[in-house]
Design a protein around this ligand. Structure first.
Ligand code: NAI
Length: 320
């Protein structure tokens, strides 16, 4: 039998843990020995109001099962306060799950500045504030695990969710850079795009589908990514309905339009459009240098007979 993954001695903060996915993460960490800070502002799905009941209830659930937990009712916008709760109650912070979220869906023409600002403040700036407050503690102890919560709406776009999509893909950018800065410090940062039955999805999907989207199908991935045995960092996963998979960038081999003594022109772009967009023999650059190197490698190559060099990325930057 394989050895169970436990979190004894670890302190985890789960933001927005009063319901939905966050509650599930908090319960799962609590059951496996972590000391849990259950943060939740307790407002409605649009980010209005506040209430301590949601976080308190989850703390009671964890304690009832023999776990260790404390509640925190601050907004993620006050990141320092959340981390201070962890330090006051348990003396350290090891794992941060940036999960708190709200929705203010409107088609773009009706989107107000408030709808935009609130979404960025809770999702993107909230995750920044909480993570930054934890970072130096993780750095000193040479251990940290961070999860950012993106969304398919950010990865693919979704009608009526311009504010949400922008914040969610912003979190991926944040995570990618934190993974690089954290690598030598044993601080890992990964991003998930979950799908689950919660109050955010209750009115937008049919009941029979929602039944198959249990939040407990997402928490195993989050726990594994946060375990000390897990080496993964800087990665992005879609997860839901009992399934999980990893995503990466794909780049077409592209086409070099530069010809000696010829200026680049929009007409040449038009004429080579099919080649530029053809994903046959695509590459998967995983770092900024892989991306740049394959472009710069073209500088020293003589153009072919027609002045065009094909397939600049086929020999470089592969990262299967
Ligand atoms: P949920 O509404 O059940 O949970 C979000 C929690 O965050 C709520 O309990 C809420 O009170 C709390 N919260 C909101 N603003 C806060 C703030 N400023 N400070 C502290 N807590 C705050 O929603 P769900 O579905 O569990 O969402 C969790 C995360 O997963 C969110 O970031 C959401 O955007 C993301 N997500 C969820 C999907 C789904 O299918 N349920 C799909 C894609 C992403």
């Amino acid at each position: 039998m394989s050895v169970p993954l436990t979190f004894d001695g670890k302190v985890v903060l789960v933001t927005g843990a009063g319901g939905g996915l966050g509650r599930e993460y908090a319960l799962a960490f609590g059951q496996r020995g972590a000391s849990v800070v259950v943060n939740d502002l307790g407002g409605n799905a649009k980010g209005e109001g506040k209430n301590s009941a949601a976080a308190d209830k989850v703390v009671e659930e964890i304690k009832a099962k023999g776990g260790k937990a404390v509640a925190n009712y601050d907004s993620v916008e006050d990141g320092e306060k959340l981390i201070q709760s962890a330090l006051d109650a348990f003396g350290r912070i090891d794992i941060v799950i940036n999960n708190a979220g709200i929705l203010r869906d409107r088609s773009f023409s009706r989107l107000s500045e408030l709808d935009w600002d609130l979404l960025q403040r809770v999702h993107l700036k909230g995750s920044f504030n909480v993570t930054r407050a934890a970072w130096n503690h993780m750095k000193e102890q040479k251990f940290g695990r961070i999860i950012m919560t993106a969304s398919a709406a950010g990865l693919y776009g979704n009608f009526g969710q311009a504010n949400y999509s922008a914040a969610k893909l912003g979190l991926l950018g944040l995570s990618n850079t934190l993974a690089i800065e954290g690598r030598k410090l044993n601080i890992h940062c990964n991003t998930i795009a979950p799908i689950a039955n919660s109050r955010l999805t209750q009115n937008i999907m049919p009941a029979d589908i929602l039944e198959n989207l249990k939040p407990e199908y997402v928490s195993p991935l989050v726990l594994w990514l946060c375990h000390e045995q897990c080496e993964e960092t800087g990665a992005l996963f879609e997860v839901g309905a009992g399934w999980m998979g990893k995503l990466r960038w794909e780049r077409s081999p592209g086409h070099v339009l530069l010809r000696k003594n010829h200026p680049m022109s929009p007409e040449a772009v038009r004429d080579q459009w099919d080649n530029i967009c053809d994903f046959k023999d695509a590459s998967h650059p995983a770092t900024i240098s892989e991306s740049l190197m394959s472009m710069l490698s073209m500088l020293n190559k003589e153009p072919a007979g027609d002045g065009l060099v094909a397939n600049p990325t086929s020999s470089l930057g592969h990262n299967p």
